[in-house]
Write a protein that binds this ligand. Structure first.
Ligand code: UFG
Length: 328
């Protein structure tokens, strides 16, 4: 297939591009490179350095490349930053999606895979989280992603042949097991890369944000999914798009691990007893989040294969050791 991938220079997008190229697809990447890395883009893909909000340029590209489907990863995704800079997040994430759908409509492109998030559920009352749980995000990032879900549904309702999958990611982590791609956010806020930077001696240690939550060990519980498993789910979703049909699917393993549990595995995997301190809660953090992934298991015929914490951490550790400066 001919595929257009937005955000293909980012952490998750670059892993997807590599897999799609290896599967024999012809891949065009659109990325502004504001947070993405040129070096992360598979050399077999064609990179266009472009802001999604540049609708005329995007439309021109859509008409020129005529993709069979679009995978839309590009977004700003740091929760704390989103609360500080709401206009930037709404403009980039929602404005970018409006522009993308306009360009797709102009080019007659009717198939879309969208990167959504468990952040759209806010603080759910019940665990595990099913797709029909109320969506009440508690931060700007989650609200922009929920707005794009609504936008896609409205767009699809007006176009009978349109098909889409909105994939609600839980905590994506780990690195490509072939060792070429990694996770390099600036600034880094995610637990796994922070822990490995501490193990590598690039940070003084790890601060646990909150040890007084109502959880078994007082720290937050999350559902960690290996990025290779996440990408595999996209491949399944792409194969199952059908005209006039749309779906929303949780992507997680269906079980949660606490911050302390993850730190213990990280110390074992790295062999480094890095310092750990206890810090106040980080604002916007939800105590417990884990998926009920059964809809994805059934409808996609997908199942996580490498999302145990050991594989997540050892794959990421290999990349961090080989790339102490990230992609720089
Ligand atoms: N944490 C620490 N210390 C750190 C970093 C994180 O204790 O230095 C804790 C957090 O407080 C949280 C857990 O580790 O309890 C995981 O934090 P991450 O920042 O790695 O990820 P989040 O759970 O905040 O992820 C959320 C959503 C994702 C979304 C992401 C956006 O679950 O869907 O924010 O960055 F994509």
């Amino acid at each position: 297939m001919k595929l257009l991938v937005t955000g293909g220079a980012g952490y998750i997008g670059s892993h997807a591009v590599q897999r799609l190229v290896r599967d024999g697809h012809e891949v065009t990447v659109v990325d502004s490179l504001v947070t993405g890395h040129r070096a992360a883009v598979d050399p077999s893909a064609t990179l266009h350095e472009l802001d999604l909000r540049d609708t005329p340029a995007l439309t021109e590209l859509m008409l020129a490349t005529q993709p069979d489907a679009v995978l839309h990863f590009a977004a700003l995704s740091i929760v704390g930053e989103s609360v500080q800079q709401p206009l930037r997040y709404w403009d980039n994430n929602v404005g970018g999606a409006i522009s993308l759908l306009s360009a797709m409509a102009a080019g007659g492109v009717e198939r879309l895979i969208f990167s959504s998030t468990c952040s759209t559920y806010g603080e759910p009352e019940r665990m595990p989280i099913r797709e029909d749980a109320p969506q009440a995000p508690i931060n700007t990032y989650g609200r922009t992603k929920l707005a794009v879900e609504g936008l896609i549904q409205d767009h699809a309702a007006a176009r009978p042949g349109f098909s889409y999958a909105m994939l609600r990611y839980f905590n994506v982590a780990g690195c490509d097991r072939s060792g070429r791609l990694g996770e390099d956010h600036r600034p880094e806020t995610h637990l796994v890369p922070i822990v490995l930077q501490a193990a590598a001696g690039l940070r003084d240690g790890v601060a646990i944000f909150g040890t007084d939550y109502d959880t078994p060990d007082g720290t937050c519980v999350r559902d960690y999914l290996h990025v290779d498993d996440l990408v595999a789910a996209h491949v399944c979703a792409l194969e199952r798009l059908r005209p006039g049909r749309g779906d929303a699917l949780n992507l997680g393993v269906g079980r949660g691990y606490s911050v302390r549990e993850l730190l213990a595995v990280a110390k074992r995997v790295t062999g480094v007893d890095f310092p750990v301190t206890e810090a106040p809660r980080r604002s916007g953090d939800v105590p417990v989040l884990y998926a009920d992934p059964s809809r994805a298991l059934v409808r996609l015929g997908w199942a996580p294969e490498c999302s145990d914490l050991e594989t997540i951490l050892s794959s990421a550790w290999r990349w961090h050791q080989a790339h102490p400066e990230g992609y720089a």
